[in-house]
Design a protein around this ligand. Structure first.
Ligand SMILES: [Zn+2]
Length: 499
């Protein structure tokens, strides 16, 4: 629900997915390597070293600016932001201050009330270098010492600053999701990389001071931190107290925000133009930048080309990898597969993946498509299909040898059993020893014998008794019976018993 009194603005830091750092040739692929192995005199800030601007990073940032409908500046200038902290080896960060790369764009999101879209204005986008990373031994407050790793120092970042246009934590999440999808579609950002996104949030209740919540490092964290802050600020006001203007930290593990020590709030950054880098005339590049298909366009296309419902199209295109997966599955498939695949991916697969903490990257399109074809070909019920899917995902997660969906169906004895006998109810009665009976008919016959009271109740007109009996047959056949067919058989069997 939208709360008109809540006002949220975000500052989003995203690492640009370039091969090398912003001002040197060091590789950005540092995550699986030891600390301080991706460093050089430039990103270590050694005296006499000179920064050289990475053209790719500026191009990536301009793609973002264009996709977010910003106007790009004529000349982008870099500035030094001076502060003293161990994560910053040079004691200044090269960033942009009064001449950012781009200003004044917007991101369209779905409004809370479900009544179409709403625009979140973008104030500015600027490029800067990431500082190093501190690793605290123990916790930050009471640890014995901290280690510093400069592998991250100099990784290109963009900071995207929004206007305070969001009216609830949920809207903030939608804004971030849309932003993430857009950046991924642009091929400039990889949300799966640890620490690739960090958010500072400004939040206030109308008429009160605003609070800045620093360094939220996950998508889920943003909504959690904001929800906590809304409650905290509202409680203060309800008790007749005032909200203090301050900076707070989000403690993700505890789901709370905590007042930051005041010495961290008082900054005098003394910005001045970076003397080692000349202003860049970027305006001339902008025209040459061609944008790929973006999330909104792809959503429209999914509805037009595959007949996806609006909701399915939104879910499927909300993440680049998911959208690609869907198109792999339906590629060269029949039309009937389009809706089936959309339903299975959006309504089942995503949930099963989340439950296992797996990403869509780990799933291959071909076997998933095979499973859908078995369902389509009436070889298994939807219920059995889910069971097979779960086995498939568990197999991947545990690194077990690959098994085809059909092999799993057979191993678990989940293939749909069809009953094509003219007088099926008679089957149970004429059961001969040594003959393998049809399992559904066998179950049906057993249930009718075992549940005389339910049969009696049904005869007396109790409709629930019918479902009760169906439930028992399903249990015995472990969901392999086609529900429609079973209904028909049970009606027939009950009629026959009466006769
Ligand atoms: Zn370097």
């Amino acid at each position: 629900m939208t709360d008109a009194q809540v006002i949220v603005g975000l500052e989003v830091h995203c690492q640009l997915d370039t091969q090398s750092k912003l001002f040197c040739g060091c590789s950005t692929d540092y995550r699986s390597d030891g600390p301080n192995t991706h460093v050089c005199p430039v990103c270590l800030g050694l005296p006499g070293s000179m920064p050289v601007l990475n053209k790719k990073a500026i191009e990536y940032a301009m793609r973002v600016a264009k996709a977010l409908n910003c106007s790009v500046t004529d000349e982008a200038e870099f500035s030094r932001k001076n502060y003293f902290y161990p994560d910053l080896d040079k004691a200044y960060q090269i960033t942009q201050y009064d001449k950012p790369l781009a200003k004044g764009g917007y991101v369209e999101i779905e409004a809370d009330e479900g009544s179409g879209g709403k625009c979140v204005q973008i104030t500015r986008i600027h490029v800067e270098e990431d500082p190093g990373r501190l690793v605290h031994m123990g916790n930050a407050e009471r640890g014995r010492y901290s280690l510093v790793d400069y592998n991250r120092a100099g990784i290109p970042l963009i900071e995207i600053v929004s206007e305070p246009d969001m009216r609830s934590p949920k809207e903030a999440r939608k804004f971030l999701n849309k932003l993430r999808a857009t950046l991924e579609y642009l091929g400039v950002f990889d949300s799966e990389k640890e620490g690739s996104l960090r958010v500072d949030a400004n939040i206030s209740i109308a008429g009160s001071e605003r609070v800045e919540v620093k360094n939220i490092s996950s998508y889920k964290g943003v909504e959690k931190a904001l929800t906590f802050e809304v409650t905290r600020q509202k409680n203060l006001l309800r008790r007749g107290r005032t909200v203090k203007r301050e900076t707070r930290h989000f403690l993700e593990a505890r789901g709370i925000t905590q007042s930051a020590r005041s010495k961290e709030q008082e900054h005098d950054y003394r910005y001045f133009p970076e003397p080692d880098l000349r202003p860049v005339n970027v305006q001339s590049w902008v025209a040459g930048i061609v944008l790929p298909e973006l999330p909104d366009a792809r959503r429209e296309r999914f509805m037009a080309q595959y007949g996806c419902s609006a909701n399915h199209a939104r879910t499927l295109t909300g993440e680049l990898r998911l959208a690609n997966f869907y198109e792999h599955v339906v590629a060269s498939g029949q039309k009937g597969l389009f809706t089936l695949a959309a339903t299975w991916i959006a309504d089942t697969l995503i949930g099963e993946l989340n439950y296992r903490n797996m990403t869509i990257d780990t799933v291959q399109a071909a076997p998933f498509k095979k499973l859908l074809e078995h369902i389509q070909g009436d070889e298994c019920t939807d219920k059995s299909g889910v069971e097979v899917l779960r086995v498939m995902l568990d197999t991947i997660k545990q690194g077990l040898p690959y098994e085809t969906p059909l092999a799993i169906l057979d191993r678990l004895n989940l293939r749909k059993v069809s009953v094509n006998i003219t007088r099926p109810f008679a089957y149970g009665i004429t059961l001969k020893s040594g003959v393998e009976p049809n399992p559904i008919m066998k179950a049906l016959s057993e249930v009718l014998t075992e549940q005389p009271r339910a049969v009696e109740d049904f005869r007396k007109g109790k409709k629930e008794a019918f479902n009760f009996l169906i439930g028992h047959v399903m249990k015995k056949t472990r969901g392999r019976a086609d529900p429609k067919e079973l209904n028909r058989l049970l009606v027939e069997a009950l009629k026959n018993r009466e006769a």
